[in-house]
Design a protein. Structure first.
Length: 148
């Protein structure tokens, strides 16, 4: 089987935003937050969409759950390949792993707060672009994870 992926390393953030928006239907801050998580996981664990798996826990309600589409788009872990599991609940966390080792990503409270307070009031595309330009360390906490 020939594995095809998108070359995110050589893609501008503008191009990535465009493709995300075409996939999901609009460009929003949660979508971009998820995309940044997926990019980080891919860079850390595996560039193959068949080697990486993800388990997402979060309330399954848009706009928050738009995050899930961002994660699928960039990490390559998708419901169709059965390497993505989504559970409704709190606290929000995303486990990415390859075989027995992985990482847990938890979005920072202040970022969630910023998005929450602006949704419905401001230009969400602009907020999405701001999230896109932020460093990973500003967006989420990362811890090592090992399969029990
Ligand atoms: Zn959305």
């Amino acid at each position: 089987m020939k594995v095809t992926t998108m070359d995110f390393d050589n893609m501008s953030s503008k191009e990535l935003s465009k493709r995300l928006s075409e996939f999901h239907g609009h460009l929003g801050p949660y979508l971009v937050l998820g995309a940044k998580m997926g990019l980080y996981a891919k860079k850390t664990l595996s560039s193959s969409p068949f080697e990486i798996s993800a388990e997402i826990t979060m309330p399954l309600k848009p706009p928050l759950s738009c995050t899930i589409d961002g994660i699928q788009f960039t990490s390559g872990a998708t419901t169709g390949k059965a390497n993505l599991k989504v559970s409704d609940g709190l606290p929000i966390k995303i486990v990415f792993y390859k075989e027995n080792d992985g990482i847990v990503i938890v979005p920072k409270q202040n970022i969630l707060e910023i998005i929450r307070t602006r949704v419905g009031h401001e230009d969400l595309e602009m907020l999405a672009e701001q999230i896109m330009e932020k460093d990973y360390t500003e967006l989420f906490e990362v811890q090592k994870w090992t399969k029990q």
